[in-house]
Design a protein around this ligand. Structure first.
Ligand code: BG6
Length: 491
């Protein structure tokens, strides 16, 4: 059977991609395996080179870098590093060290890579470096002239508060104008996030309901089962609110809540997203529950009196005509009962209750929802009431489910990072965050950062501190999918 064409766009122009932090964790887990997957899928440019770089103290030879990439793909890739596809990919890898004031090895490697490709390939820098190294790398790119006409992918965190975000943006803009900056939030690369746009704007079915008239509340829920996995150093200075909410959850909220863009292109999409952020009310600390899992303070590298949150639940509101009065409930944390990525839109009850209460006995009160599960591969579920077969009028819950895995060939799908690396090579900024949006989110976050409520303990494997139930009254948390314990309906 003929496969639908997954890539109607032409492949990206020829590229030299320079990976800063090439020996680091992100390159090993995501970037090198992701680039190899793109190569196997035929989505890389016709001609490309990948130049790894790191400080001279961590320098590798080309051969060592290739072995490093092979090991990374073996450990984290979706296909084994073998056969002609691997050989071609491996041949495109070279290495050149760079330090401030001593960037010659990198400059030579970039020149050689460009000469090998011929013509005028595009230059794309991926800054997979820790925040402390960030400004010096950007300065180095400016000082050496490597930044000329180049694009740059920037990893989160984009600052830790408004002031540091502004300073970071100023440092970037001193070398790269905004049209060449690609701030990556890998959640926006997930298929189901793009699918929110398709669902809303390609159909007449959903968008008419997508407002305060029909939706009573929205939940964006990203519980994680994993704990901090030894990342104490990073986590202690960051916490879940900065790590997950100011980044991923707020970005998702931007897509769920945006007005229809004028066109499906970067400027319109990002304008609409930023409008949502501007309409977001500053976070009220009274509407926030911070939690910390029991045992966190005993993790190696964690302060025994740490006040860092490993969990956060909050209620935020959007002051615009579409969403006034509709609470958005956000929850995420480590060491929780399940690892999920779910957006739920709760629909209002019909104006007239014509079905007797006992007809609804079998129903747990979550009967009218639209559930978007954006874990890869992702699904969309419409949940509604139907009549149970039988002699009397009893209602039961039913689900209409669309699953990506059962509907499309999984082989065509791209993971978040793969999708975003490809879009950056295409020069499409639609799924990348813009400086004004980032700064507005830190402004919205400021009241909570200034006066955070105390952390409350929660048991690993639970759904967070009990206090989160009150936060969303009169609604309930939609996860777990079926109520248990404190989440059970009270009537
Ligand atoms: C990262 C956070 O950005 O996202 C991690 O730093 C988190 O703490 C991760 O675990 C979650 O991503 P995903 O795609 O696994 O849900």
């Amino acid at each position: 059977m003929a496969q639908p064409d997954q890539s109607p766009e032409p492949p990206p122009a020829d590229h030299v991609i320079v990976l800063f932090g090439a020996t680091g964790d992100l390159a090993r887990r995501k970037l090198l395996p992701g680039l190899f997957h793109l190569a196997r899928a035929g989505l890389m440019p016709a001609r490309y080179r990948i130049v790894g770089t790191a400080p001279a103290s961590e320098a590798l030879t080309d051969t060592e870098f290739r072995a490093h990439a092979r090991q990374a793909v073996t450990a984290f890739g979706r296909a084994r590093p073998e056969g002609p596809a691997w050989e071609a990919f491996e041949a495109a890898l070279t290495f050149g060290a760079a330090d401030t004031g001593a960037a010659e090895p990198l400059m030579t490697a970039v020149r050689e890579a460009e000469a090998a490709l011929g013509g005028t390939p595009r230059r794309l820098f991926h800054l997979a470096v820790p925040p402390v190294a960030f400004t010096s790398v950007v300065d180095l790119l400016g000082a050496t002239g490597l930044s000329r006409d180049a694009r740059v992918i920037v990893e989160k965190p984009f600052g830790t508060d408004l002031e540091s975000a502004r300073a970071l943006n100023a440092a970037i803009h001193a070398v790269f104008d905004e049209s060449r900056v690609f701030r990556i939030d890998h959640f926006l690369g997930k298929e189901a996030v793009d699918n929110i746009l398709a669902l809303r704007f390609a159909n007449g079915l959903f968008e008419p309901l997508w407002n305060r008239e029909h939706i009573s509340h929205v939940q964006i829920d990203v519980p994680e089962r994993i704990d901090i996995q030894g990342r104490a150093h990073f986590f202690e200075g960051t916490g879940t609110f900065r790590d997950m909410v100011v980044t991923h959850l707020f970005q998702l909220l931007g897509f769920v809540a945006m007005e229809p863009p004028v066109a499906l292109e970067a400027q319109s999409l990002r304008d609409e997203q930023v409008k949502v952020f501007r309409a977001l009310r500053p976070v009220d600390p009274a509407h926030v529950v911070r939690g910390q899992y029991t045992g966190y303070r005993a993790e190696p590298g964690v302060d025994p009196n740490s006040d860092t949150e490993t969990f956060v639940a909050l209620r935020v509101e959007i002051d615009n005509w579409r969403w006034a009065g509709v609470p958005f409930h956000l929850r995420t944390g480590k060491a929780l009962a399940e690892g999920r990525h779910v957006v739920t839109l709760g629909l209002r009850e019909p104006v007239l209750r014509m079905f007797p209460l006992d007809a609804r006995a079998a129903v747990d009160g979550r009967s009218n929802e639209l559930v978007i599960d954006f874990a890869d591969p992702g699904s969309v579920t419409a949940r509604f009431l139907v009549k149970e077969p039988g002699p009397s009028m009893r209602l039961a819950e039913a689900d209409l489910v669309f699953g990506y895995d059962t509907s499309f060939a999984a082989a065509n799908s791209l993971e978040g990072y793969e999708h975003l690396l490809l879009e950056a090579m295409r020069g499409n900024q639609s799924l990348f965050t813009r400086s004004d949006g980032i700064e507005r989110l830190w402004e919205v976050a400021a009241p909570l950062l200034d006066t955070p409520p105390p952390v409350r303990p929660y048991a690993p494997g639970s759904w967070g501190p009990d206090a989160i139930a009150d936060l969303v009254e009169p609604y309930r948390w939609h996860l777990p999918d079926r109520p248990t314990g404190a989440d059970a309906p009270s009537s």
